[in-house]
Design a protein around this ligand. Structure first.
Ligand SMILES: [Zn+2]
Length: 154
């Protein structure tokens, strides 16, 4: 249905509604498979949740009326608290797997040697970091920077 979809066996799969745009990248940061697109309608979301057996995350109570999908209604409006809500609700702590998914396109990241990504790095990044990952789709490079530190603290 869309290029955002990818599966890892044995893990939970999610889809997030339009108001949770900040939550999806955070979840991907932790390695959870989350699909999200800002132009999906409620009907689209319902279809994706049902056909791909994904857990639907939304702040709207609209989806409570569908007994044939797994739905969790998000209460918080802060994206970090939203993430914590979902983690607590589904007991996801043991499945943390940071640096496995691209925050932008949900693709599985590839581990890279510093020399392979060297040309795209800022001098400061080059100096302070040793572990790198790259998205095979959009070519974005990841390392354990400030994002990661903040996330781990939260
Ligand atoms: Zn990407």
């Amino acid at each position: 249905m869309s290029i955002y979809i990818s599966f890892m066996p044995g893990t939970l799969h999610f889809c997030a509604d339009v108001h949770l745009g900040k939550l999806a990248p955070l979840r991907r940061m932790l390695g959870f498979d989350t699909v999200y697109k800002n132009d999906w309608s409620k009907e689209d979301l319902y279809g994706i949740a049902k056909n791909e057996e994904r857990i639907l995350l939304s702040k709207s109570p609209y989806f409570l009326k569908f007994p044939d999908i797994t739905f969790y209604q998000i209460k918080s409006s802060d994206s970090y608290h939203q993430l914590k809500e979902v983690i607590d609700h589904f007991h996801l702590q043991p499945s943390f797997n940071p640096f496995t998914r691209c925050l932008y396109c949900n693709a599985i990241l590839e581990k890279k040697e510093k020399a392979e990504v060297d040309i795209s790095l800022l001098p400061k990044t080059k100096k302070h970091f040793t572990e790198f990952w790259q998205c095979p789709t959009c070519k974005k490079i990841y390392w354990k920077g400030s994002h990661y530190e903040r996330m781990m603290k939260e």
